[in-house]
Design a protein around this ligand. Structure first.
Ligand code: ADE
Length: 225
């Protein structure tokens, strides 16, 4: 998989890809992540990427031309499955979207700033708009990092134990059940006895029940879906 990220702040975005699972995925050649600084696609001496709104109103708007130039340069090199715009009014990121995107070959992620991008970018270049939640960030970069993390860990071979992504919260529509490790008894806080019996069908049943109860208590909306 190849991910091209268009941003005015490449520096803000780089560090999540330089540690842990994302770093290993890149080193193993399972994903390529490229950063493109929008200012490299400007045509004036000031490297302007934004301007005031037509019709008046507070806040700057990202201009269509540098974005068009950058996207066109990328599309001249290869086909893209999705061109995603990170924006608080996009569809809310869910595990299902991450699953879908993890199967794609090439995607572009455009990070917005200020008031956002000229609507013509959204109408003509963007194929999907994604929000990471109902709050407004200063820019799309942190959202893009969240999206990339959620997607990249699902690419086959990225997680050491293939089953560990399958047992994540949300993967089967439920939250994950409680988990424990050594010691069995820490200052009187005990691990449920059932987990030591070696009765794996019983353990599996307990985990399913716990996942259901946790979901019912914390996220009943997931059960309605
Ligand atoms: N840019 C600003 N706020 C955002 C959000 N909640 N999700 C994605 N991109 C954003």
């Amino acid at each position: 998989m190849r991910i091209d990220i268009i941003t005015v702040l490449p520096e803000l975005l780089k560090s999540p890809f330089e540690a842990s699972i994302l770093k290993r995925a890149i080193e193993a050649g399972l994903v390529e992540v490229h950063f493109h600084n929008l200012r490299d696609y400007t045509s004036d001496n000031y490297k302007s990427i934004d301007d005031t709104q037509f019709g008046g109103g507070a806040g700057m708007v990202m201009m269509i031309e540098p974005i068009d130039k950058c996207i066109s340069a990328l599309k001249a090199e290869r086909d893209y499955d999705e061109i995603i715009y990170m924006t608080p009014d996009g569809e809310t990121l869910k595990q299902g979207i991450a699953n879908q995107l993890s199967l794609k070959e090439n995607i572009i992620i455009l990070c917005g700033h200020y008031k956002g991008v000229d609507q013509r970018v959204r109408d003509h270049f963007i194929t999907r708009e994604i929000s990471i939640g109902d709050y407004v960030l200063s820019g799309g970069e942190l959202g893009a990092a969240v999206l990339c993390d959620a997607v990249i860990r699902l690419i086959p071979g990225v997680l050491g134990n293939e089953t560990s992504a399958l047992t994540d919260s949300f993967q089967d529509g439920l939250l994950a059940p409680p988990i424990y490790t050594k010691p069995r008894d820490y200052k009187g806080m005990k691990v449920p006895e059932l987990l030591f019996g070696g009765n794996f069908p019983e353990i599996e049943k307990w985990r399913e029940e716990q996942a259901y109860l946790r979901t019912k208590e914390r996220r009943p909306d997931l059960l309605d879906e």
